[in-house]
Design a protein around this ligand. Structure first.
Ligand SMILES: [Zn+2]
Ligand SMILES: [Zn+2]
Length: 243
């Protein structure tokens, strides 16, 4: 019988560095092989703005562990989510007339996290090859990616998730803020989201053979920024807080 992995927490309640269960690693291994492309899966990911904080980070970390030079699934997903977010908050044209209650509704999650709904969590087991589980649980590559591309995401860390007074807001804190939000601060959040989307598009393009090596650390870091914006920053900071 496999050992159950604990999910340690700092005494403050901040999630500690991500430790994935066998079941989560095995699921994500299959996920990056192609099940992410299933239309039903994509629609659940779209409805939830990705996945819950734990599984959003897990998806990136496992993909980085198996495909350090081609983090394709996460990049495509977050490219499309950030472009959608930028569109929802677009301050020009017709969107200027959209009431904030409608924008808040469009930014809210609908439906559960895809992996949580399937029952995956810190205690899930799997009967997969031991090397696969060891490789997938290895956080080193994700950590190196976050460290080297720090410039692309640090400035987008949500001030409320990090409790550091920054003006940046993640999706759920933006929804909270929008009740009182003045148009200037909303337009600043829109500019930030559009910036993340623009860099992420550059990163996505650089994964094509004919555009290889055209990406910058801001472009790569935008992937972390997008995960943080969609699902919140606490799990990310708990895992990458040495960056
Ligand atoms: Zn989940
Ligand atoms: Zn936040």
């Amino acid at each position: 019988m496999r050992k159950v992995q604990a999910s340690p927490r700092h005494p403050s309640g901040t999630p500690a560095r991500l430790v994935l269960s066998d079941g989560e690693v095995d699921f994500l291994w299959w996920f990056i092989q192609g099940s992410i492309m299933d239309p039903g899966v994509r629609s659940r990911l779209n409805a939830h703005w990705g996945m819950c904080p734990r599984h959003a980070l897990a998806f990136f970390a496992v993909e980085a562990a198996f495909r350090p030079h081609l983090i394709h699934g996460s990049t495509l997903l977050y490219c499309s989510l950030m472009e959608r977010a930028a569109h929802v908050l677009d301050g020009h044209g017709l969107h200027r007339l959209v009431p904030s209650t409608v924008i808040r509704h469009r930014l809210a999650v609908r439906g559960p996290c895809h992996m949580c709904a399937l029952g995956y969590g810190p205690h899930s087991t799997a009967s997969a090859p031991a090397e696969r589980l060891t490789q997938g649980r290895e956080i080193k590559t994700a950590l190196a990616f976050a460290t080297h591309n720090n410039r692309g995401w640090r400035l987008h860390v949500c001030g409320r998730c990090a409790q550091n007074g920054s003006d940046a807001l993640c999706r759920s804190h933006l929804i909270e803020e929008m009740a009182q939000c003045n148009p200037e601060s909303l337009s600043a959040q829109h500019a930030r989201i559009a910036e993340i989307a623009r860099h992420l598009r550059c990163f996505e393009r650089s994964l094509r053979w004919d555009c290889r090596d055209t990406d910058t650390d801001e472009d790569r870091g935008a992937l972390i920024a997008a995960i943080g914006w969609c699902s919140g920053w606490r799990s990310i900071l708990g895992t990458f807080d040495t960056c």
